[in-house]
Design a protein around this ligand. Sequence first.
Ligand code: SF4
Ligand code: SF4
Length: 158
Amino acid sequence: MSYFSNIYYGIKSLLTGMSVTGKYFVKAPWGTITQYYPDNRDTLKMFDRFRGEVVMPHDENNLHRCTGCQSCEIACPNGSIEIIWDRVVDETTGKKVKVIDKHIYHLSMCTLCNLCVQACPTNAIVMAQNFENSVYDRTQLTKVLNKPGSKVHPDVKE
Ligand code: SF4
Ligand code: SF4
């Protein structure tokens, strides 16, 4: 008996799958879901939840929000982030403060889990949607996220 019921459920499952395929083949009522990449590169819009890589936004004055606190480095489960920092004397207070030298990000190791972004107390890093990261030399996937000459925004405290 189970022999015939297996055949029945097999055919039923096949027809269910084929009906979905057929619906999209003829005309999907909720629009086309196929992306014509790379022909649509100029108009391509990724989904809001898509995570492409970690980036550090800078404003028009080359200021970022990273204090070098290392929370992202600690939160990263596979060592994709390395923070190189230093302490310098703050000219206004005379106290030594932590400053970031380099925020190093290894995209080649990153699983895009977003834990570093969630761990950052100053919202200094975000997920960008760029995904065209094919390179011949994997060292190009190691990036310094703080731009040359950039500084931490004065409103952001350690
Ligand atoms: S997204 Fe995840 S794996 Fe990638 S750097 Fe952040 S914490 Fe590490
Ligand atoms: S990106 Fe955020 S969590 Fe990482 S070192 Fe900078 S301030 Fe700290």
